[in-house]
Design a protein around this ligand. Structure first.
Ligand code: NAG
Length: 315
């Protein structure tokens, strides 16, 4: 795909090729959570940043589920198998810490995945770097600049394709000119919900928002601390976006993922390597039993926490 790099992007890309090589040994590292009254973010600084190696299994009948939630899961991975007649509990972050009881349960959804029913191909997701990012970044340590770039534009991060001058797309209308709300799950959820609905109509829906802003200039997947110049906060939006961009490669085809529960959104794609990606969004404030019934692989059942998003991967 032709990429339309401008000078800022080109500068970043070239100056970061070195880092991609030096950091290529980097592997999965969990989110460093930070709590605000308004929610939870993941902190990156020049010494640390969270990453996730693509956990797509290569064996048949095996799945990996990647989960994020309002309560603090950020790309948490669960592995398991189809047809074991057991329920996979995706425990929420506060449950894992022993700080909360089981969330109230209610509802269920059954997702019928059929890779023989196909729609159009996607081109993948593109994101832009605005000119303001260069201005923000120049006062940040080089290693943190690299983490920012790597987090957004590489496969260890959320794998957005770099592009300049996007037209309109999901994200633009409500993120621009809105103050940064630290850790707002609702914004991330709204974005994922809108994207799920739009992708159903048009698989080439674009994501259009700034990659990084300082907190005075609006909301974005990443917010830079322009007071200490050594911290960047990954908003929930970064992860809810990543549940799509990281896993649905360009050239993927949307396949049927029928589901009758209107409060649980589901969408499935078949990747060019013939692996399946199912994205599931639970907007309810209670946990939900979700079954996937795949025409090739059979059945798997999950209990997913309130206010959470999941990407289920299998071949
Ligand atoms: C930015 O850094 C300053 C100085 O370390 C700190 O006081 C402030 O809380 C940070 N801002 C955010 C949004 O965390």
């Amino acid at each position: 795909m032709a990429k339309n790099m401008n000078s800022v992007g080109l500068f970043l890309a070239i100056s970061l090729i070195g880092c991609l090589i030096t950091l290529s040994h980097q592997e999965t590292a969990p989110c460093a959570l930070k709590k605000y009254n308004t929610g939870l973010v993941c902190v990156c600084n020049s010494h640390y940043c969270d990453y996730l190696d693509d956990p797509t299994p290569s064996e048949e009948f095996v799945f990996a589920a990647v989960s994020s939630s309002k309560a603090g899961l950020r790309f948490a991975t669960t592995h398991g198998q189809f047809n074991l007649y057991k329920k996979y509990y995706i425990f929420d972050h506060d449950q894992l810490l022993g700080r909360s009881m089981q969330a109230p349960a209610g509802g269920s959804a059954q997702i019928e995945v059929d890779r023989e029913k196909r729609w159009q191909k996607t081109q993948g997701f593109t994101g832009s770097i605005s000119d303001s990012i260069e201005h923000i970044l120049q006062n940040f340590p080089k290693t943190l600049q690299k983490h920012i770039y790597q987090s957004f534009f590489t496969e260890l991060g959320i794998g957005v394709d770099f592009m300049r001058n996007l037209g309109s797309g999901v994200g633009e209308h409500y993120l621009k000119n809105s103050n940064a709300i630290f850790g707002s799950w609702e914004r991330g959820e709204q974005f994922a919900h809108a994207l799920l609905q739009n992708l159903e109509k048009d698989p080439n829906e674009r994501i259009n928002c700034n990659t990084l802003l300082d907190q005075e200039h609006g909301d974005a997947p990443m917010i830079a601390n322009t007071t200490n110049h050594n911290e960047v906060y990954k908003q929930p939006l970064f992860y809810t976006m990543g549940h799509f961009t990281k896993f649905i490669a360009g050239g993927s085809v949307r396949i049927a993922a029928d589901n009758k529960n209107p409060d649980v959104d589901a969408l499935a794609f078949l990747k060019p390597d013939n692996s399946v990606v199912v994205v599931i969004l639970n907007r309810n404030s209670f946990s939900v039993d979700v079954g996937i019934q795949d025409t090739y692989r059979g059945a798997v059942l999950f209990k997913i926490p309130p206010k959470s998003i999941h990407t289920v991967l299998y071949v």
